[in-house]
Write a protein that binds this ligand. Structure first.
Ligand code: UDP
Length: 239
C-alpha cells in the first residue's frame, strides 16, 4: 500500500491517504513535545519504538475483543490503519497517582488506587485540553451517551489487558491516554497510539520512570528509557 497525499501532520506523527478510501498510513516521527507544545525536542529512535509498541498493543487488544483501527505494520515507522473520524476526547485511565492528577488534587505521586479512574479531556490545543465530564461532553455534542458508555467500558478493558501485559515485563502501568475514532459506519474503534509518549511506565522494582516524563522533566536518559521499554516488549517471543 502506497502513500498518496499527506492529510495531517501532528506533533509526533504524519497521516497519509492511500489509494483505498477507508485506509490511511501513519508515519511516526522522532519529534517530541510537552506542555501543549511549549517544550520541543527529538528523541532518537522514538518513532520506531512508538510504532512497534502501538502495534503490539493493538494486536494484543484485538486478540481480546477490543476493536481498533490497526490493519498492519508496513515498516519500522509506518503502519496501515483504518480511516476514522477522531472523537475529540482524550480518555485517561489511571492506576496510580501521577502527573496532573497529583498536581490537581495535591497528592504525592505513587498512590496505588483501589480501582482505576477514567477521565476525559476535551481534545482542543487552543484551550489546553480542559478536563470535562460526561454531561459536558454531551452538552458540547462531542459524543453520544451510548458512545461515551462504549468508550468508558473499552478504556477499562484495555487497562486490564495492558496492566497485566506490562506486569509480566516488570513494568507498572501508572496511567495512559487513549483516543477513539468513528468508522464510516459510525462504530467506535480504538485509534491513535499507545506508547511511552502516552503511557506512564515505571519499573516495578526500582520505580524508575521509563516514559516521556524523562523528557518532560529533564530527567536525562530519555533514549535509554524508550530503549528499555522496547527491550522488554521484545522479550515476548510470541510478538
Ligand atoms: N497524556 C498524553 N497526552 C496528553 C496528556 C496526557 O498522552 O495530551 C498521557 C500522559 O503521558 C500520561 C497520562 O496521559 O501517561 C496522564 O497524563 P496527565 O493527565 O497526568 O497529564 P500530564 O501530567 O502529562 O500533563
Amino acid at each position: 500500500m502506497e502513500k498518496t497525499v499527506q492529510l495531517y501532520e501532528g506533533k509526533a506523527k504524519k497521516v497519509y491517504a492511500t489509494a483505498e478510501e477507508g485506509l490511511c498510513i501513519v508515519a511516526y516521527k522522532d519529534d517530541a513535545t510537552a506542555f501543549n507544545g511549549l517544550k520541543k525536542g527529538t528523541i532518537a529512535g522514538k518513532g520506531v519504538i512508538n510504532n512497534r509498541m502501538t502495534n503490539i498493543m493493538m494486536r494484543l487488544l484485538e486478540k481480546n475483543g477490543v476493536p481498533t483501527h490497526f490493519v498492519r505494520e508496513l515498516s519500522e515507522r509506518e503502519t496501515l490503519v483504518r480511516r476514522v473520524k477522531i472523537v475529540p476526547l482524550e480518555v485517561i485511565v489511571r492506576n496510580v497517582s501521577a502527573g496532573s492528577f497529583s498536581k490537581r488534587y495535591g497528592v504525592e505521586e505513587g498512590i496505588v488506587f483501589a480501582s482505576p479512574t477514567v477521565e476525559f479531556s476535551y481534545k482542543n490545543d487552543e484551550l489546553g485540553d480542559p478536563l470535562l465530564n460526561t454531561s459536558h461532553a454531551l452538552a458540547l455534542g462531542l459524543a453520544t451517551e451510548k458512545e461515551i458508555e462504549t468508550i468508558k467500558a473499552l478504556a477499562l478493558k484495555i487497562n486490564g489487558l495492558m496492566k497485566e501485559f506490562w506486569l509480566r515485563h516488570g513494568i507498572e502501568l501508572v496511567d495512559f491516554k487513549l483516543e477513539f475514532g468513528r468508522l464510516a459506519d459510525g462504530s467506535i474503534v480504538l485509534a491513535d497510539e499507545i506508547s511511552p509518549d502516552t503511557c506512564r511506565l515505571w519499573d516495578v522494582n526500582t520505580h524508575e520512570k521509563l516514559d516521556k516524563d524523562r523528557f518532560r522533566r529533564d530527567l536525562g536518559g530519555v533514549e535509554n528509557a524508550y530503549g528499555e521499554v522496547m527491550r522488554r516488549l521484545m522479550e515476548d517471543a510470541a510478538l
